[in-house]
Design a protein around this ligand. Structure first.
Ligand SMILES: C[S@@+](CC[C@H](N)C(=O)[O-])C[C@H]1O[C@@H](n2cnc3c(N)ncnc32)[C@H](O)[C@@H]1O
Length: 256
């Protein structure tokens, strides 16, 4: 059983090891959209597609298939270890029902890393993750909202660059506005923010805006945000646009 990171979507960003695992697999298991992203597949490969919220069930299904001797690839977008299927597979294995535990623990399991959304957006924008940063999911599907608020406030007050996944969905439109309020308590209006949407896919857009100008419009579940720290700055690009980067070291006149 191989948990495969597909990267954000661009074919050139799929690791050769991921490509090999996909080619080797008899069964491909994953969320519908990601299985489509990972294809095309051969006629002798079986696709097991499911809904986005069924991670644990999907992980158990993959383990059961592999325990029966099948060669299985579970696919995730980006890196499978970042808010994705590798943790779900570990959790399913850890909680394996008694009658199958022995078989599931006998499965040869590996994880193939992928380029995560924040890395892809950062590369497009320049180098905003050049110094210490923190990766947070703003989704309260799997953790309470007050935990999110507390972590966001701590990371923002610690002057870490913030990479924000699952920033806003139609089901929770007010939460992103609240997240922005918290960030603005600790960061000035000129702080550069990278808004990467569908990075590495056909509809890619990457914008750099000031924190003071950032609104919830156009920020959705296909978007990753990178909010700069006090040292993140912008720089003119040859094409008239902007680069954003965070210097490797603090300048002597920068805040500690
Ligand atoms: C459940 S998380 C999965 C993250 C994934 N494992 C990764 O490492 O990129 C889904 C969130 O990742 C971000 N994301 C994934 N792919 C993206 C892309 N191509 N462009 C922008 N954001 C993306 C969005 O914030 C989305 O809501």
């Amino acid at each position: 059983l191989t948990v495969v990171g597909l990267g954000p979507g661009a074919e050139g960003w799929l690791a050769p090891a991921a490509r090999a695992a996909l080619a080797d697999a008899q069964d491909i298991v994953g969320y519908r959209t990601y299985v489509a992203l990972a294809g095309p597949f051969r006629g002798d490969q079986t696709l097991h597609v499911s809904d986005n919220r069924e991670e644990l069930q999907r992980a158990r299904h993959a383990l059961a298939l592999a325990a029966r001797g099948r060669t299985v690839a579970v696919v995730s977008s980006g890196d499978p270890g970042i808010f994705a299927m590798a943790a779900a597979v570990m959790e399913a294995l850890d909680g394996a029902p008694k009658d199958v535990a022995r078989a599931w623990h006998g499965v040869a399991l590996s994880v193939v890393p992928g380029i995560s959304a924040a890395q892809a957006a950062a590369a497009r924008a320049g180098a905003p993750l050049g110094h210490d940063f923190c990766v947070l999911s703003l989704s309260d599907n799997l953790k309470p909202w007050d935990v999110i608020e507390r972590r966001l406030a701590l990371a923002a007050s610690g002057d870490l660059v913030l990479a924000l996944y699952n920033p806003a969905s139609q089901a929770r439109p007010h939460q992103f506005a609240r997240a922005l309020e918290i960030i603005r308590e600790h960061r000035g209006p000129d702080t550069p923010v990278v808004i990467g949407r569908d990075v590495g896919r056909a509809d890619e857009s990457v914008r750099i805006v000031r924190l003071g100008d950032l609104t919830p419009d156009g920020v959705d579940m296909r978007t990753v945000l990178i909010v700069g720290s006090s040292t993140t700055r912008t720089l003119a690009r040859a094409d008239g646009g902007l680069w954003a980067y965070t210097p490797r070291s603090y300048a002597t006149d920068a805040p500690p």
